[in-house]
Design a protein around this ligand. Sequence first.
Ligand code: ATP
Ligand code: MG
Length: 572
Amino acid sequence: MSETTLFQNAPDEGEGAARAGVDFVRARIMDDNASGRFDGRVHTRFPPEPNGYLHLGHAKSICLNFGVAREFGGLCNLRFDDTNPTKEDTEYVDAIREDVRWLGGDWQDREFYASDYFERLYGYAEELIRLGKAYVDDLSADEIREYRGTLTRPGRESPCRNRSVEENLDLFRRMRAGEFADGEHVLRAKIDMASPNLVMRDPTLYRIRHAHHHRTGDAWCIYPMYDFTHCLSDSIEGITHSLCTLEFVNNRELYDWVLDTLGLYHPQQLEFARLSLTHTVLSKRKLIQLVQEGHVRGWDDPRMPTLCGLRRRGVPPEALHDFCRRIGLARADSTVEYSLLEFCIREYLNAHTARVMAVLDPVKVVIENYPEGQEECFDMPYHPEDASYGTRRVPFSRELWIERDDFRQEPPKKYHRLAPGAEVRLRYAYFITCREAVYDAAGRLTELRCVYDPQSRGGQSPDGRKVKGTIHWVSAAHALPATVRLYEHLFAAENPNAMPEGQTFLDALNPDSLRETAAMLEPALADLPVGRTVQFERLGYFCKDADSTAQGAVFNRTVGLRDSWAKMEKNA
Ligand code: ATP
Ligand code: MG
């Protein structure tokens, strides 16, 4: 059990919480609607801090917040929680907008910024001072930590705790006016230094930061803390259900205290477990490090768990919706298998992509009895089960590329592909029989000399004889050379967040997470737009990358056809 669940307050189980097939958030909303608590309104928000790119964990929160709003006929706001000027940037704001939209989140005209509320928040802070519920403290950050006490030891009151309202107001206004240096003062709530909940031991509400803010510029040199900002932003926007992750369980008491003390409209905070995935890190700090230290090629590197990385890899948003539905919503932390994500991606792409032929590790086949200079075309369906995908014409000629792996000099039992003397079906084309394998001086296979059966046109047996193996191919004269990037887990370790003593998550990086191959594609792929994903028959799903040029396309493997990684691990 993680620390957050260990110390969490007793969960308030609504009576609907056990309702079959409904998670606790939706059950709670149903209860609130039934009791008329928010007049039947449902209004959620997705509140990212613009200090990094969104990742799979955020997808869970987006699907939840926008999903709940849609299901209950409510609204969901996009709110940038931008109270930390030194780490935030408009680059992130733009990227977040794009990612939320890509996932189908529609906030209409309700794009808000905590920084829009700075003036109101400041007013609420003065109000707390006037109520005798907040004071300016001179203790340093270290001293405040020291005074706070521990879970077993109560805190000590600051010597500044009993300043008069007038003195507090004066100091707070001078903090705002820029009279003090960073760290010289903070504004703290006056609650209870002996509270069993450490969050309630006079938490800091405002700190001094002489820093430029990406939206408010230099208008402010004091900035409100998350706990103060978040509940007030929710209240200002009329949020009904404020859904956040479990680490904020202990903050709920403060959330409630601020709103109750100020006598403001009060949303309900509900906490759910954050998403953790095997072989993945989902902390922005770690993701930033991967980018800044060059362990990946950027935020949108297809190995990254960022939404832009997944998009570039060819993962459709529908697969992420399906994934979020399947993992459900719980109140205890757990780790989801990465293979579940791959399963969802495969499920969606299987039903929604065209199939084409590409050879990733090409070896030449020469069909000795096929006339030189002759060529013909085969009409092939883009999808075997869905005629609406249409067909394309695939050229065939005397020299072809096939996968190196589709030939064995000494085939094991039950090997149905090419081998000396063996016959296979070239997908939709002809039966061929291998006569001879040609090797170079280094012993590497360079060419397969074959013959074809002209009577087997279309891959149909002419006389009822059985050919078990069917392999894919590309006509050498017509092939498009391309670069294909094959990805494996970015982290070899199952849990890069919990490495042995003396190691960091960087030690878990998989040195083979990216492999590039020089592939040959069928010519129909020439016009495929960047960003489109197709199935390369027998190989997996591949997305055309923006790095493609006139000289050659670049494809990212989105996911293989089968769960090869999980199988490998089981056999290891
Ligand atoms: P990180 O720890 O990676 O910095 P964060 O929680 O600080 O993430 P925010 O930008 O503050 O990132 O998150 C915006 C919203 O997304 C919050 O409501 C947060 O609860 C949610 N969220 C972030 N990470 C996850 C996750 N792994 N699983 C579920 N929800 C998440
Ligand atoms: Mg955060």
